[in-house]
Design a protein around this ligand. Structure first.
Ligand code: AFP
Length: 335
């Protein structure tokens, strides 16, 4: 019996690229170790004093949860002292953490340390998201702008979902792989080899509560998703848990489209809600690697050039054919 642990898998994948220093392998492994620690805290939530808010509001204007702070500090601590990373951009911090020269490595990591934090208190799924980029600026010390790269520059991306089990899904541009944490041995073990969106799109995921604020392409797409077709491919079923990682993971495994479009709520949502660098880009990278698509409606997510660490972007991601239908509605609306 062969057990493929995440460490072994990462090394195998890196070998395919020829001689390497192993730095990238170790970086992914650092993230996996941090994920195990966060998973442990999540599994004990309710028993330890980790549920609830800190009383602070983050740069996004959202209330900060204790588990957000814990995950952020853990990931930043592990990455910035590894010797492999020169800058960390986090959803929780106004500016990137620039690693001092003696610890500075060649990679940049953008993170959403704990996505879906409003689910923490009700024991629903939450996740961590990461995006790995090369250092772009000259010199040993990174600049803030190293975090501001288009998604097409990503060397790797992934997420950890703390759900009914803890699952780590990642890609380095050669397919998408999923690992399930075996709590009895404390290892992530390969459970989903070469993940691809299934041909059939079963679900659409959107916060229907905001339908009064939607624009024309979103209204048209959702009406289409609910309509009956003769081949029996529609209506699609609706699923929405309010944590991008969990909604995307379900759609990736079972087929589906996730939407967080721009809407008319001023001023925050006129460009959607989700963050380009820590949510849309890594999820779009995985989606494309799994045979799907991710768009703002009019532009490929991975081509959007960022200007701000906390830039928001409309996101429509999932099965290729259904996302193309959304794009068609967007084209019609613009004509
Ligand atoms: P929180 O981390 O504040 O719970 O936000 C989660 C999130 O960024 C993303 O994971 C969800 O898909 C989306 O927001 C849910 O937003 P709505 O509550 O507006 O539907």
């Amino acid at each position: 019996m062969t057990l493929t642990t995440i460490e072994r898998h990462i090394i195998q994948e890196e070998r395919k690229l020829g001689p390497t220093t192993g730095t990238f392998t170790n970086l992914l492994y650092d993230i996996a170790v941090a994920a195990k620690v966060i998973s442990r805290e999540v599994r004990r939530a309710g028993l330890n004093d980790i549920i609830g808010g800190t009383g602070d509001v983050n740069v996004q204007g959202e209330s900060v949860q204790k588990l957000d702070v814990y995950s952020n500090e853990l990931l930043i601590g592990m990455l910035s002292r590894s010797g492999r990373v020169c800058a960390v951009g986090s959803e929780e911090l106004p500016r990137p953490v620039i690693v001092p020269e003696k610890w500075a490595g060649k990679y940049v990591v953008n993170i959403d340390p704990l996505d879906g934090s409003s689910n923490i208190g009700v024991n629903a799924s939450i996740g961590s998201i990461f995006s790995i980029l090369p250092k772009k600026s000259d010199g040993k010390i990174a600049q803030d702008t190293d975090c501001l790269q288009a998604g097409s520059q990503q060397l790797g991306a992934g997420y950890v979902m703390y759900g009914s089990s803890t699952v780590l899904v990642y890609s380095t541009g050669h397919g998408v792989y999923g690992f399930t944490l075996d709590p009895t041995v404390g290892e992530f073990v390969l459970s989903h080899n070469q993940i691809r969106f299934p041909d059939r799109c079963k679900y659409y995921s959107i916060n229907e509560g905001y339908s009064a604020y939607w624009d024309a392409p979103t209204r048209d797409f959702i009406a289409w998703a609910k309509s009956v077709d003769k081949q029996g491919r529609r209506p699609l079923s609706h699923r929405y848990i309010g944590a991008l990682v969990a909604d995307f993971h379900r759609n990736l495994i079972d087929g589906g489209v996730f939407l967080y479009p721009r809407d008319s709520r001023e001023p925050q949502h006129t460009n959607g809600k989700l963050r380009l660098l820590v949510e849309a880009n890594p999820i779009a990278f995985l989606a494309e690697q799994a045979g799907g698509t991710a768009t703002t409606g009019t532009e490929r997510i991975l081509d959007v050039v960022p200007s701000d660490l906390h830039q928001r972007v409309p996101l429509v991601v999932g099965n290729r054919a259904e996302v193309a239908t959304y794009q068609e509605f967007a084209r019609k609306a613009a004509a």
